[in-house]
Design a protein around this ligand. Sequence first.
Ligand code: PRP
Length: 211
Amino acid sequence: MTENRIKIALTKGRVEKQILPLLDKAGIDCEQIKQKKRRLIFDSPKQPYEFILAKGPDVTTFLERGAADIGIVGSDILTEHRSTQYELLDLKTGQCQFVLASTKDFDPDEPRRKIIGTKYPNITKKYFDSLGQDVEIIKIEGSVELAPLTGLADAIVDITETGTTIRENNLKIYDYLDKVSTRLVVNRMSLKQHSKEIYTLVDKLEGVVTK
Ligand code: PRP
């Protein structure tokens, strides 16, 4: 039994919060995660699953290195980190969208080299490349909205879910980029070794994903 346990790397925070009700609905025991404090690894005692809670970019690293069999992670992270892992399911939770945003006096058409703050430099570069614009990109780790508010950057490329952060900080959306949702990805070697267990899990989840 032990060797057939499936290690699932789950992105902590927003992704985790929104996926737990779906796991519940699919009959996957995630009681231990719900009762966690500072623990990082959780068992589903009667099922062959073990959950590892990690930050999104680290979920892709665990998968790439084979330290996890399955990853539950946002498509924003997969795209930014150019993950080559095999995507089996769009879980349709964690839905948000990339936007270009700034203060209300920002002029996106002003003909000068702009400074853009973001947690997603690759996605940002691709977006401005598609517009034929060369920009300077500043990598920011969190609270990206601070960048245009403090003069650190002219604008930001970031994800928005409810729009609350943008609204409460008096920012404005200037363009809409790709949509984002939580995906189930799998390490290819694990899929060969544990195909039965992995497809059983995928089938359970597929049955409860919002159509
Ligand atoms: C994300 C994003 C925005 C916020 C948008 O940050 O970077 O800051 O959520 O959400 P909203 O549209 O619902 O207000 P997150 O909360 O993941 O944390 P971070 O800023 O520390 O990265």
